[in-house]
Design a protein. Sequence first.
Length: 213
Amino acid sequence: MLFRKTFPVGPLRCNCTILACEQTQEAVIIDPGGDALGISQIIEHHQLTVKAIIHTHAHVDHMYCTSEIHQAHGGIRYLHPGDKSLAQTLSIQAAWIGLPPISTPTIDTYMEDGDTILFGQKHALVLHTPGHTPGSVCFHVEHEQQQPLLFAGDTLFHRSVGRTDLPGGDIKTLTHSIKQKIYTLEPDTLVIPGHGPNTHIGQEAVKNPFVQA
Ligand SMILES: [Zn+2]
Ligand SMILES: [Zn+2]
């Protein structure tokens, strides 16, 4: 079975997720953008071993607590290489949203499209979906007898899409990513976006006002 806790963190309420294999209690942390204490409490309460800290992209609201969580719990820190230079600006980004500066966390592994990140008997598949940022990715997780999950970062939201007016953003690239990489997945896939409520791929493919299949 798959353990999942998703909750909003930080001033921009980024959806952070703790995913774990219930057989082995090995976990991945997706987008630890704030509330390091709350994240740690869940890890400790459920006695999880953090195998990896994975990021949908290098905006500070998704990475603010990466170093803190790593110091406390370990885990391999992953980022797509397309966001390498964006990650160097985390301190400036923090100032934009009124947070104290942070140093750029060390990245242990640069992940590519098609890579799998293992935690116990489960894995997350990396889908490179540039457009919101050059190194934006989604994580696709399949598990037995339940609908597949897609952690979409700031690429696709409930009835919306990620903004493309920030450095490195591009609307054409974003549209292409959503059509080619996301709308081609199973329609009943549950989408957990980087912000706001969940949705389903089948619904967005017909009802999203910005990008339809
Ligand atoms: Zn973002
Ligand atoms: Zn965000």
